[in-house]
Structures are given as structure tokens and as C-alpha cells.
Design a protein around this ligand. Structure first.
Ligand code: 5GP
Ligand code: MG
Length: 177
């Protein structure tokens, strides 16, 4: 285990097993529909790669660079779109992937944007969802794991740009924050 990690919340094997299940559901639901996957950078990168290699359907894969966290451990609530151009989703069925559902503001904003861009359907899929009361975006269509209201890193999730490459999801030691 990494020296800065206090405890592992979800280990690698459990994540990978859960991805088999999520991928199966996605494959069933999207079969026969030309799909575009829109994954949010950078947190969803590991999740996206591991999930999509299990989905044997034709798909276009796009990444969107959005910022909502600005380097601290609490969501700012402001979502900025950092790309000059957005993926072409006009008339398409979209699977929107993110690492974690916290306040819901990110998915809410991106969903709205994709609908404005003419997507005909947007389904959302997150690796993690915090078990909290949300004002916006109560639930994703596909959720890997529900977790408590604590700050986690690993498997794509960072703290100040670090820890994304850990193969598990864990909690940092106070000394690392
Ligand atoms: P929301 O807009 O739902 O509040 O937050 C979503 C974004 O905040 C996620 O894409 C992620 O970047 C960041 N975030 C929320 N909770 C956590 C967390 O526990 N750990 C890390 N590393 N990022 C988080
Ligand atoms: Mg993120």
C-alpha cells in the first residue's frame, strides 16, 4: 500500500469484478444504438479504460475536460468547460462517465451541455457515489459503489494531481493532506 494511504476502501479485485457487472448492463442497454461515450478528464480515465474494454459494442469515445474541484478537498460548485470544441453528439445516444458523484453539480452541468448540443439521450455512469443528500442530480443510471461522505483518492481520483494511478480507492492519512 502507498505510504500516504490510511486505508483501502475498495480494493483492486473488487473494482474489477464490479466493472464486469456494470459493463454487462451497459452492453445490454446500448445494444443496437450508435453510442458516444463522453468521459470526464482526468478522474474518469482509469475507470473508462477498464470499463469500456469490457463492452463489445461499436462506440465513439470522447473526453471532456471540466474543472470543478480546483485543488482542494471540497467541491466548489462551479463547473468550467476547458475544451475549445465539444464532441459532436447531435442525435446520438451518450454514455457520460465520471469518477465520482458528490454534489452532483458536475454531472448536472455536463448533462445540460450535452443536451444543448443535441444529444438525444444521455445516460450517466459513475464509479463512486457519495451517500449524501443531493439537491441536484440525485442518482446516476449506473453506479459502481456507494461510499460515505469522505474524501477519497486512487483509481483516477487525485489529491493535488497525485494518487490517480493507485489501482484501488483509498483514504489519505491526515499527514498527506
Ligand atoms: P460534484 O460536482 O458531484 O460535487 O463533484 C464531482 C467531481 O468532484 C468529481 O469529478 C471529482 O473530480 C471531484 N470529487 C468529488 N468528491 C471527490 C473525492 O472524494 N475525491 C476526489 N479526489 N475528488 C472528488
Ligand atoms: Mg473529476
Amino acid at each position: 500500500m502507498h505510504q500516504d494511504i490510511e486505508k483501502v476502501l475498495i480494493d483492486e479485485g473488487i473494482i474489477q469484478k464490479r466493472l464486469d457487472v456494470l459493463a454487462g448492463k451497459v452492453a445490454d442497454d446500448f445494444e443496437g444504438k450508435p453510442m458516444v461515450v463522453v468521459a470526464l478528464l482526468k478522474g474518469a480515465v482509469l475507470f473508462t479504460a477498464d470499463l469500456l474494454r469490457r463492452v463489445a459494442l461499436p462506440m465513439q469515445i470522447e473526453f471532456l475536460n471540466v474543472a470543478s474541484y480546483h485543488g482542494c478537498t471540497e467541491s466548489s460548485g462551479v463547473v468550467s468547460f476547458l475544451d475549445e470544441t465539444l464532441p459532436d453528439v447531435e442525435g446520438k445516444v451518450v454514455l457520460l462517465l465520471d469518477d465520482i458523484l458528490d454534489t452532483g453539480r458536475t454531472l448536472e452541468a455536463v448533462m445540460k451541455k450535452l443536451e444543448q448540443q443535441g444529444a438525444c439521450e444521455v445516460k450517466t455512469c459513475v464509479l463512486l457515489a457519495k451517500d449524501i443528500e443531493r439537491e441536484v442530480f440525485k442518482e446516476a443510471d449506473y453506479t459502481g459503489f456507494m461510499i460515505g461522505d469522505e474524501f477519497v483518492v486512487g483509481y483516477g481520483l487525485d489529491y493535488q494531481g497525485l494518487y490517480r494511478n493507485l489501482p484501488y480507492v483509498g483514504v489519505l492519512k491526515d499527514s498527506a493532506l
